[in-house]
Design a protein around this ligand. Structure first.
Ligand code: ADP
Ligand code: MG
Length: 698
């Protein structure tokens, strides 16, 4: 199998240099190996043939069998089209072509039997059915009109250049014929115990399935293989970190922690907060370097947990830093942490891209001589110029905005590498977390501080707007603040920006007595910070914004969140947005404004929001509906690998299976150097070389 990686795509029979380049640039297919690993998006069942006389209503793509009666062209130049009348004996339909007319006229004749596959549509006025650019196969061609046919995903550009799903299929068949003996890449133990089909058999079955059962087995095998390599890579990294990376030992709980606990702690910790602090404490005195993820829903009190862990590090003579994804968040954290830590005598500083030179120099000096004990900042913190005397703990808030590579850069800031605590409010289903953060230990804050009332959430439509504004007015009169959020869908930025600006005008006219802040992602950072600042300080009572406010902003006086075009947002994103309110003691409200005419699934999604506030339920649901690629956060962090056939949302069972085998393989042969692991180990190296090898960065 691995030798296919050395076969350049242009040398595959039927492809050549031009199409080879096209496949490379459009689909990232550079070798024969990539090609056979380009799996079908779906299959169409060609074993069933429809009768035209039975066509009715909204039709899916179907197969029919019959003959062309006539071919005629209509129109000229760009408007030219070819119309074939086609009958199966029960009725006649029109077949239309707008492109490649000359070739089609040459290829198809009247009087020959063909299978056609396409989506019929009905022209109401004349009650005629038609098909546009159907797939056409002579009935006598072997395999025509039977079995499952693979459908491959294509890009528009490939289609324009005349590449079809069939071409891809044929090229794959050519590779599999040319290289009949592919080296098996699944360990015999896995193959044998799970009774999985071999590699070649599976590839053939997945691209040219004979029957649904062998297809199912083939897909299962290929998924398990893909996931096994990923899990082995993750687990190996995790074990290497555990055994090799020695960490500073923070054995005692000292002055700062105790003093904060007894004098400064503004409220009792929740049970979950206590548990997580304990887990971190265990890690930090174990002698191994900690890499821990803290998951806690919005508002669960992660900042306080972070602070107390940082105090532990400081108590042991080390420094600590906290990194946030945006300047606004970093500033807010800085203010919160300074308010709590300065009174017990800790020097807290803020370092961002806009920190002035003089302050920056003073921070740099203070970090080097150890007098700055706690540094808060943006990713400016990971820059090489920032050097610590003894960095003991690095906390990363809302990590999905930081790549894994940046995390690794932090490890280099100290020797031994600092303990790392990653905090995220993006609830991630377990199977995904296992894969995405497989090298991290996970703690969960599964309890909100007492007294929080769930945010009352309502789904409303355009004709309820007056009522919605009335409710908003009442909250504002009571002295509260409100967010109004618009989606920014990248496809049409201009239009989005316009609806945002219009919305801003309407709000200003409706509530002339209040100052309204206005923020969107395209603004200059200074303007954005200024506008945001007026809202945080309470001067502006309403904030009209795009999703830039999504992560972490804390304004407890804000009790209303109106989300415009809520149907455009994913569930997890709605959940994050909603988490901006309900942070104080007052009842808060979240209004999801939606178009009237939305699909059933969308309505179901929005309705789920109105009756649950459990981030995990929402994340699971979101992942089921949209697939993991769309889960807020995971896209930016990017999987460190590319999934070709498995689906993290639906293949949880295979992920677990793969994980168990990865554990066994590494238990038996931790370095993967045993002779029986030769192929496995080489394949693993080749697989991971394609992606970023973050295991080696430390
Ligand atoms: P998140 O987990 O979303 O980062 P924060 O750390 O911003 O949450 O905390 C949300 C709010 O809850 C803050 O105003 C914080 O002061 C408050 N809070 C945190 N822990 C507790 C607690 N144990 N009891 C009461 N309020 C708390
Ligand atoms: Mg937070």
């Amino acid at each position: 199998m691995n030798r296919l990686r050395n076969v350049e795509i242009k040398f595959v029979k039927g492809i050549g240099p031009t199409r080879g380049e096209l496949l490379k640039s459009e689909l990232n297919i550079a070798t024969a190996y990539d090609l056979v690993q380009y799996f079908p998006r779906t299959y169409v069942d060609r074993s069933r043939t429809y009768r035209i006389a039975d066509f009715a209503g909204e039709m899916p793509a179907v197969q029919i069998r019959g003959r062309f009666v006539t071919f005629n062209t209509q129109g000229e130049g760009a408007k030219k089209r070819l119309i074939g009348l086609f009958t199966d004996g029960t009725r006649t339909i029109e077949v239309l072509w707008f492109k490649g007319i000359a070739g089609i006229q040459k290829a198809y004749q009247t009087g020959t039997d063909y299978f056609l596959y396409g989506k019929p549509s009905l022209y109401e006025a004349t009650r005629t059915w038609s098909m546009i650019h159907p797939e056409v196969d002579p009935a006598e061609k072997p395999g025509a009109g039977e079995g499952l046919h693979a459908v491959y995903p294509l890009t528009d550009r490939l289609r324009q250049r005349g590449v079809t799903s069939r071409h891809i299929h044929q090229w794959i068949v050519n590779v599999l014929e040319r290289y009949p003996d592919l080296e098996e890449t699944l360990p015999p133990m896995v193959l044998g115990e799970l009774k999985l089909p071999g590699l070649r058999e599976s590839l053939v079955a997945v691209h040219s399935p004979r029957d649904p059962e062998s297809l199912r087995r083939a897909r299962e095998r290929l998924k398990i293989e893909e996931l096994l390599y990923i899990q082995t890579d993750i687990l190996r990294t995790a074990r290497r970190n555990k055994t090799e990376s020695h960490g500073a030992v923070f054995a005692h709980v000292g002055h700062f922690f105790n003093r904060f606990y007894s004098e400064q702690l503004p409220f009792a910790l929740t049970g979950a907060q206590k548990r997580v602090i304990r887990e971190v404490r265990e890690d930090m005195r174990s002698g191994r370097q900690m890499n821990r993820l803290v998951q806690g829903d919005v508002g669960s009190g992660k900042t306080l947990v972070a602070l107390m862990c940082m105090l532990l590090a400081i108590d042991n003579g080390a420094q600590a830093c906290l990194m946030a994804p945006t300047e606004i968040l970093a500033t807010q954290h800085y203010e919160t942490l300074r308010a709590m830590a300065a009174p017990i005598g800790i020097d807290v500083r803020l370092l961002t891209g806009s920190t002035r030179k003089k302050e920056r120099e003073s921070i740099h000096a203070g970090l080097l001589d150890g007098s700055v004990q706690l540094l808060v900042g943006t990713h400016a913190l990971v820059e090489d110029t920032v050097q610590f005397r003894n960095l003991g703990l690095a906390v990363i808030d809302e990590q999905h905005r930081f790549g894994v590579a940046q995390r690794a850069r932090l490890w280099q800031k100290n020797n031994p590498a600092p303990h790392v605590l990653v905090m995220t409010a993006t609830p991630i289903p377990r199977t995904l977390a296992m894969t995405l953060y497989g090298d991290l230990d996970v703690s969960v804050i599964d309890e909100l501080p007492p007294g929080r009332k769930p945010v009352a959430t309502y789904l409303r439509y355009e004709d309820n707007r007056l009522q919605v504004y009335k409710g908003l007015g009442a909250q504002l009169r009571a002295g509260r603040q409100a967010y109004i959020v618009y989606p920014l869908i990248e496809e049409n930025e201009k239009l989005d920006l316009k609806s945002l600006e219009d919305g801003y005008e309407v709000i200003r006219e409706t509530f002339p007595q209040y100052k309204v802040a206005f923020v969107h992602g395209k603004m200059k950072p200074e303007t954005k910070d200024y506008q945001m600042g007026t809202f945080v300080s309470g001067e502006a009572r309403i904030l009209v914004a795009t999703t830039v406010i999504e992560v972490g902003v804390n304004v407890p006086n804000a009790t209303t969140m109106i989300i415009e075009n809520a149907e455009c947002f994913g569930l997890s994103q709605l959940h994050q947005l909603r988490g901006r309110v309900g942070r104080g003691a007052d009842q808060s409200y979240c209004i999801l404004m939606s178009k009237h005419n939305i699909g059933r699934d969308t309505r179901k999604r929005l309705e789920l929001m109105t009756h649950t506030s459990d981030g995990f339920i929402i994340a699971e649901e979101d992942m089921k509906m949209r697939g993991p690629g769309d889960i807020e956060g995971t896209r930016q962090s990017g999987l460190a690998f590319e999934l070709r056939i498995s689906n993290l949302a639906t293949d949880g069972r295979f992920i677990q299976l793969a994980r168990r085998y990865a554990e066994r393989i590494l238990d038996d042969d931790p370095t993967l150097t045993a002779p029986y692991n030769r192929v496995f180990s080489r394949t693993l190296a080749l697989n991971t070389a394609r992606t970023m090898d973050w295991g080696k960065i430390s």
